[in-house]
Design a protein around this ligand. Structure first.
Ligand SMILES: Cc1ncc(COP(=O)(O)O)c(C=O)c1O
Length: 358
């Protein structure tokens, strides 16, 4: 049986637990409209420019997409002030993260990151027989750079910083990241996962792009899934030296993304109006939810992303179940919940439902 023949790494994988399924919840509890604030998706939908470009590709999907994603890479490079050769496009930030681990990590190699963070870092590592070295977050739920430096051994091959961190929303300044990069041996690759960087208020103070030409061992990962609203298309990118990008492309699965995704991303990247609207909605919603949760007696972590990490002070699964019955899906994590910031109406409905539960 194939089940008995899975390799020794397979048993270590922690399966992804998806947010509750909208249709199933609606059916079970007889709820008409449901609010899903569990997966940090864009509550305002898709970039209008992205949709337009997406629709225009329908007739061409009999043709394979450009495996080198030249046009989108040029557009990203123009936007960021890099060269096209410094960009890799893949099926989401997830695609880049997986590829990096795949080509670097083998049996007993160590991958260092802080915890709690994005769960894919763990799974990518164990899948290749590597050892995840999970350093608890520092005070204030901040990513623990000093702890990560202290954890370096001669087996360390990869270090991952999530900035802002999922699920806490906490942020490191670029100055802190630069200090860290200065201290890391140059033969260790440092990935900075900036999936939520576009939501950061003082972005210039955080953006690791500033270190691109200084550190040859730096790879930045970004996505079109969040602020651009293209999560369903699966498209993201990595930024690094030409040497790192060439190395990644050699092992990259051909045709891993799709022509509709490439076209939509290329159009969305210039949709400044949509990005501004999403950012403003996020800012207003974040302030509203922060205050509302605080007034209800919960502790909320200051967030620079499109979600809040809230200490419910009880097993959050109870709040999760109660809210589910009232048509709100959030993500429980021990005694915390992670709540995606929604539209004004969604945020208000969530707080009203929570008040009814108390
Ligand atoms: C920190 C972080 N990195 C990467 C990803 C994956 O993004 P993508 O949809 O581009 O694969 C996510 C998605 O939630 C995330 O939270």
């Amino acid at each position: 049986m194939i089940i008995e023949k899975t390799n020794s790494s397979y048993s270590k994988i922690r399966p992804y637990i998806p947010g509750a399924n909208i249709e199933e919840v609606q059916e079970e509890y007889g709820i008409e409209s449901l609010i899903k604030l569990a997966s940090n998706e864009n509550p305002l939908g898709v970039s209008p420019r992205g949709i337009e470009a997406l629709n225009s590709t329908a007739n061409g999907v009999n043709i394979y997409p450009d495996p080198s994603a030249i046009s989108l890479r040029k557009a990203i490079a123009r936007k960021l002030g890099t060269t096209m050769e410094q960009i890799i496009v893949s099926n989401g930030a997830s695609g880049v993260l997986r590829l990096v681990t795949e080509i670097l990590i083998e049996s007993r190699d160590e991958v260092v990151y802080s915890k709690p963070t994005f769960p894919a870092y763990y799974n990518n590592t164990v899948r290749n027989g590597g050892v995840p070295v999970e350093v608890p977050l520092a005070e204030g739920y901040r990513y623990n750079l000093q702890g990560m430096l202290d954890a370096i051994t001669d087996k360390t091959k990869l270090m991952i910083i999530c900035n802002p961190n999922n699920p806490t929303g906490t942020i490191l300044s670029y100055a802190e990241i630069e200090q860290f990069l200065d201290a890391v041996p140059r033969d260790i690759l440092v990935v900075v996962d900036e999936a939520y960087i576009e939501f950061v208020e003082n972005r210039d103070e955080a953006d690791a792009l500033q270190g691109l030409n200084k550190f040859a061992n730096l790879l930045i990962v970004r996505t079109f899934s969040k602020i651009y609203g293209l999560a369903g298309l699966r498209i993201g990118y990595g930024i690094a030296s030409k040497e790192i990008i060439d190395t990644l492309y050699k092992a990259h699965q051909t045709f891993v993304t799709s022509s509709p995704a490439l076209a939509a991303a290329e159009a969305a990247i210039d949709d400044d109006e949509f990005l501004e609207t999403v950012k403003r909605n996020n800012q207003i919603g974040k302030e509203y939810l922060f205050q509302a949760f605080t007034e209800m007696g919960f502790d909320v972590v200051e967030s620079e992303a499109n979600f809040l990490f809230v200490d419910m002070k009880i097993e959050a699964i109870e709040a999760y179940k109660g809210l589910l019955k009232k048509g709100c899906i959030i993500r429980p994590m021990g005694k915390f919940v992670r709540v995606t910031i929604g539209t004004e109406a969604e945020n208000k409905a969530l707080i009203a439902a929570l008040k009814e539960l108390k």
